[in-house]
Design a protein around this ligand. Structure first.
Ligand code: ADP
Ligand code: MG
Length: 554
């Protein structure tokens, strides 16, 4: 950015139409924007939370109470709003659940920081206090957690039930059935390494087709591919399939021949065509010779090659996505082949059944009954597109919650209990630390309590009264398990109620909320190079990203 000295003052050379906000004005605007964005999702928190309906410019409708989705669909333009969207996305990516919590904590961290700024506390002191508080909060979280393992079916089911509980996707029985599918899928793809269990969530494929009902959602012990069999003469169903995965085209590259061959007579044309046909037949022959009876090809398959494969009774599917090829490899044990000359019987994978079925008028290929597949599918159905979409979002959350519980091996109690407990510990620490940071740590503790307050609110309880009661319960012996029973509008033992959540969901929410609020507080200069609208004035306001925001990416 160009700067020049003028009369001892620093002048920033800005293009015409650019606008700038400095110091307190920038901070105040950013805090207001951040808090406003977080407030949008607050009412969706918990099983008594409400849904939002979002309508895009094109009229597409999304109905959800998933924090990340709401923020994304809102299409916010303000850079601070975008940082909050990033919080939700990070949470979604890192864990999959806890997006709303992360965002509303960030919102309250910002609002409380605003109050401290009003009291004349410098941003640097607030930031220091928030950083200390984050570290101590994570410690307190760890201390409040208990162990869970992959064999703890009862606890995993509870974690899954709480995660799916806040989604409006059907009856409790439906939700229970869905969580069973998820746990089955997670267990199937989990890999044990000594005492450590890893779960690659990418290998639990969520494939959805609208139609049917949510109850028709099913677990597939293998991979479901949204493609069709290449040629009508090929079998539509192959039992005990020997599967080849080809990362090549069963075609002849036109550029190879076009330039070189000059055809002057019909005989030459015939010779050329039969030459091509022979090459394609050779390709098909190599596949047949390997004893493969099903072949998935990442690129195209020429009609001639299709013909010969069909004649030999081989099922072939073309233009399969690379990601699906990887999943097929993990599910069937087939090795991806990049040259047909390498294809050998030992490269083939196995599936008990490969079958093309018509689902809601479209063909899909089911690769199922695999032997101990490390890649599986949950096939989501729903009466409407919106319903199927929300099921997908819910299952993403549950997969994230259960697998992080297994991988980290620890869980905490929910219903606001853990937030109140951690806040209490932070207040104790704050008094030891003293100074201006003390106030920031207290502000941080208050911000965490936005979770029980929002839960109380959603249940129709008085948020402040509930919080006061919770705090006093937590001061007593074994107080840490007390949270809000949103169904009975009372304070209760969350462990006994089975309201438990993975440690990682809470830890990640606190971490990303702190990071976002701190990076927003660091900004004291907002320069917009496009348009003249002030940044708070809605869409298109701020174009430029001041350097202070760089802190988000880590
Ligand atoms: P997030 O996107 O943050 O996961 P949710 O809408 O899923 O938001 O709500 C999660 C919050 O709801 C957590 O604080 C969790 O403890 C709480 N919660 C979920 N189920 C219950 C329940 N049955 N009783 C009390 N609190 C619950
Ligand atoms: Mg959730």
């Amino acid at each position: 950015m160009a700067e020049n000295q003028l009369g001892g003052q620093q002048y920033l050379v800005l293009p015409e139409g650019a606008s700038r906000l400095l110091g307190k004005e920038a901070q105040r605007t950013n805090i207001a924007v951040g808090y406003a964005v977080a407030s949008v999702v607050k009412t969706t928190l918990g099983p008594k939370g409400m849904d939002k309906m979002l309508v895009s410019e094109l009229g597409d409708i999304v109905i959800t109470n998933d924090g990340a989705t709401i923020l994304e669909e809102m299409n916010v333009e303000h850079p601070v709003a975008k940082i909050l969207v990033e919080v939700a996305k990070t949470q979604d990516k890192e864990v999959g659940d806890g997006t709303t919590s992360a965002v509303i904590i960030a919102g309250d961290l910002l609002r409380n920081a605003g109050n401290l700024l009003d009291m004349g506390i410098p941003p640097a002191a607030i930031i220091r206090g928030y950083d200390i508080a984050r570290e101590k909060a994570l410690e307190a979280l760890q201390n409040a957690s208990s162990t869970v393992t992959i064999d703890d079916s009862d606890k995993l089911e509870k974690i899954a039930k709480i995660s799916i509980g806040s989604k409006n996707i059907g009856s409790d029985a439906t939700k229970a059935a869905l969580t069973k599918l998820v746990i089955q899928a997670i267990k199937q793809v989990s890999v044990k390494n000594g005492s450590k269990v890893t779960i690659d969530k990418d290998f639990i494929k969520l494939e959805k087709k609208e139609g049917g009902s949510i109850e028709d959602t099913a677990f597939i012990n293998g991979v479901l591919i949204d493609k069709e069999v290449a040629h009508p003469g090929m079998p539509k169903s192959v039992k005990n399939a020997a599967i080849a995965l080809l990362d090549i085209a069963l075609e002849i590259e036109k550029t190879e021949t076009d330039a070189k061959i000059e055809i002057t007579s019909p005989e030459q044309m015939q010779a050329f065509l039969s030459q091509e046909e022979k090459m394609l037949k050779d390709m098909a022959d190599k596949i047949v010779k390997s004893k493969a009876n099903v072949v998935f090809v990442q690129k195209g398959i020429d009609d001639v090659a299709q013909h010969y494969l069909a004649k030999a009774g081989v099922m072939a599917v073309r233009r399969v996505k690379k990601s699906d090829m990887e999943k097929l490899s993990k599910a069937t044990g087939a090795r991806m082949i990049t040259s047909l000359d390498d294809l050998d019987a030992k490269d083939l994978g196995f599936a008990g059944l490969v079958e093309e079925r018509k689902i809601s008028g479209e063909q899909m290929i089911f690769v199922e009954k695999c032997k101990d597949p490390k890649s599986v599918t949950i096939f989501i159905r729903g009466g409407t597109k919106q319903a199927a979409d929300e099921v997908e979002r819910a299952l993403t959350d549950v997969i994230g919650a259960v697998s992080s519980a297994i991988e980290i091996g620890r869980y905490v109690t929910g219903g606001g209990s853990t937030e109140v407990e951690v806040a209490m510990k932070l207040r104790d620490i704050a008094t030891d630390i003293g100074g201006r940071e003390q106030l920031a740590i207290q502000a941080f503790a208050d911000a965490l309590e936005v979770v029980p307050k929002a839960l109380a609110d959603s249940a129709g309880m008085d948020p402040i009264d509930t919080l006061v009661q919770l705090r006093s319960k937590h001061k007593g012996k074994d107080g840490r398990i007390y949270g809000i029973d949103v169904y009975k509008n009372s304070i209760s033992d969350m462990e006994r109620l089975g309201v438990i959540e993975p440690l990682k969901v809470k830890a990640q929410a606190i971490s990303s909320a702190t990071e976002a609020s701190v990076s927003i507080l660091r900004i004291d200069d907002m320069i917009s190079s496009k348009g003249t609208r002030p940044p708070a004035g809605g869409p298109g306001g701020m174009g430029g990203m001041p350097g202070g925001m760089g802190g988000m990416e880590d």
